[in-house]
Design a protein around this ligand. Sequence first.
Ligand code: NDP
Length: 312
Amino acid sequence: MSKHSHVVIIGSGAAGLTSAIYAARANLSPVVITGQQPGGQLTITTDVENFPGFLHGVMGPELMEIMRGQAERFGTEIIDGSVADVDLEATPKRLTLDTGDVITADAVIVATGAKARLLDLSSEAHLMGYGVSACATCDGFFFGGKEIAVVGGGDSAMEEANFLTKFASKVTLVHRRSEFRASKIMQDRALANPKVDVLYNKAVEEVLGTRESGVTGLRLRDTETGEISEFPTQGLFLAIGHTPNTELFHGKLDMDADGYLITTPGTAKTRIPGVFAVGDVQDRVYRQAITAAGSGCMGALEAERWLTEQGI
Ligand code: NDP
């Protein structure tokens, strides 16, 4: 297959689908290529209670179904698949799918998102959603009155530990070194919280528990002495950073040291005219569904404006 579209959007999370809604309503007949996780990170969360417009909250997967339907209603074509290669300097821009099919586009919106960094333990994967979470904002509410642990030593870990004390009776920060990477002010805030405790020099070797019992504890290794211990806890939050999904763009688009795409401040523009980046792939700070959606809107409006300037 080989086809052409005015706008191709890579990614189908809140950013990509919002771009699609706006581009479709501008009669640009956009094509969305979903990527390996259609609907993006929201499809692995449960209740979303902070997305405006849903008085009683909405399930993440349902929200993404609604966005997808809304994009399709205005004429978006959605292709379930992944992009294997891109030539963004060509005119038109050229995207090769993992099936070998080629799609050309006048403008491309990159909305490939990010993924939470994980510890890569099989027990962590098994208990994800059963007491293990990578999103305090999404899941903290379910840990009311419980004793839980947060792994990490950066600003996210400090922020999440503090946030989680709204629900949990006790939050223990588990960090692999003897000092935090987090900024002083964030550390001070977390350490001043009477519900926050710290275990330094501890690496999580295994998450204990079953899907029936939920998390019951952590097997920890002391990173200085090698000593193994067990720490009882009822939940584990991972706050060890995020990784933007930008493998496809190495050497092709500008990115920072952590792989986040660089856009002109206040816009969705990348260094290549007609290529825009929206959502978590270019946002290391907010990473919320609503900011991703807002950014997706910006990208579509800018793409539309750029196409008009090109006489397309
Ligand atoms: P960071 O990369 O800053 O920190 C990650 C933390 O996780 C580090 O302490 C690191 O340990 C630890 N870690 C990484 N991998 C592992 C692993 N495999 N096992 C155990 N521990 C691990 O990520 P953050 O998400 O905290 O922050 C990202 C960016 O966002 C930063 O620039 C931060 O300043 C910013 N941010 C700002 C906030 C604010 O201002 N309110 C709030 C949240 C984030 P080690 O230190 O040993 O490397």
